[in-house]
Design a protein around this ligand. Structure first.
Ligand code: G3H
Ligand code: 13P
Ligand code: NA
Ligand code: ZN
Length: 311
């Protein structure tokens, strides 16, 4: 069934587990994710970035948002597991409005690049519109500074726990993404992963709402190596180890955003398949192995995050 993201995450917060939110851009990833969630009898969150909506709608946010709602809701309503559709990193009010109108389960307003007061003001406004439509809201505090920005996990870009308390009280936001040292993409750390667990613990104590970990891909060596065996170049790829994510879940993370791991798993399967079957031109066949790898990553995450069996 198609549900509000709040229903999924408040249960997770009460019972101390996390639900993965997987980014999609197309049908193949959606099918693979939902098959994996059904097999694990787990709740799951599907999310689309503004870029995904732009891609699907050929530049028109209303068309793109409606397309994803119909696709996800249509499939979810045939299933006995809770499925939500979330707008990831909404920065543009046009996309946020399109998602709310189209029937997304939740939206993220990401004004984390703005000064605190401005972020608070914009978030409060979005919460007002979204709640009026029965849509829940995620916001972000601090910044996800990747190594590409050369400021990996520096003090001033991480969330301030006291500010988080004020922010949640004043905005009425449903879920919060606190920056604690992760970053997006396949190149997260130069050395060991460095996450600020103490900061996370403080944010949970002071806000007591479901928290979201962005940039949470683990970048499994297995798929990186397979993709490279079949011609990819992903040198230096590094993610957050599953053990570190599990620690975050113990401290209050309930939504674990995952895009890169699915991209790399699919890439490995696709490259392998295309290389090994040079006569194949039916996409249902040459996508199949990539889809299986995506499904495997999905099931593994549902398991180690504790969401398996929680449908
Ligand atoms: O947070 C970013 C997600 O991985 C989506 O990225 O903007 O390339 O769709 P995208
Ligand atoms: P990854 O790039 O680590 O998969 O993070 C995805 C994400 O945070 C989407 O919002
Ligand atoms: Na999000
Ligand atoms: Zn993110």
């Amino acid at each position: 069934m198609y549900v509000n993201t709040k229903d999924i995450l408040e249960k997770a917060s009460k019972e101390f587990y996390a639900v993965p939110a997987f980014n999609i851009n197309n049908l193949e990833f959606l099918i693979a994710i939902l098959e994996g969630a059904v097999e694990k009898n787990a709740p799951v969150i599907i999310e689309t970035s503004e870029g995904a909506i732009k891609y699907a709608g050929n530049g028109d946010p209303i068309r793109g948002a409606k397309f994803f709602v119909n696709l996800v809701k249509g499939y979810a309503d045939t299933l006995n597991i809770p499925v939500a559709l979330h707008l990831d990193h909404g920065k543009n009010l046009e996309y946020i409005a399109a998602a709310i109108k189209a029937g997304y389960s939740s939206v993220m307003i990401d004004a984390s690049h703005e000064p605190f007061e401005e972020n608070l003001k914009i978030t409060k406004e979005v919460v007002k519109w979204a709640h009026a439509a029965g849509v829940s809201v995620e916001a972000e505090l601090g910044q996800l500074a990747g190594i590409e920005d050369n400021v990996s996990a520096e003090e001033n870009v991480l969330v301030d726990p006291q500010q988080a308390k004020i922010f949640v009280e004043e905005t009425g936001v449903d879920f919060l993404a606190p920056a604690i040292g992760t970053s997006h993409g396949a190149f997260k750390f130069k050395g060991e992963a460095k996450l600020d667990f103490e900061r996370l613990e403080k944010v949970k104590k002071l806000t007591n709402i479901p928290l979201v970990l962005h940039g949470a891909s683990s970048v499994p060596a297995k798929y990186v190596e397979l993709a490279e065996k079949y011609g990819a170049d992903l040198g230096g790829a590094k993610g957050v180890p599953a053990e570190e994510i599990k620690k975050c879940v113990k401290l209050g993370i309930n939504k674990v955003n995952t895009d890169t791991d699915l991209r790399i798993a699919f890439l490995a399967g696709l490259r392998k398949n295309l290389t090994e079957n040079v006569k194949e031109f039916d996409p249902r066949k040459y996508f199949k192995e990539g889809m299986q790898f995506v499904k495997d990553v999905v099931m593994d995450r549902l398991e180690f995050l504790g969401a398996s069996g929680k449908a």
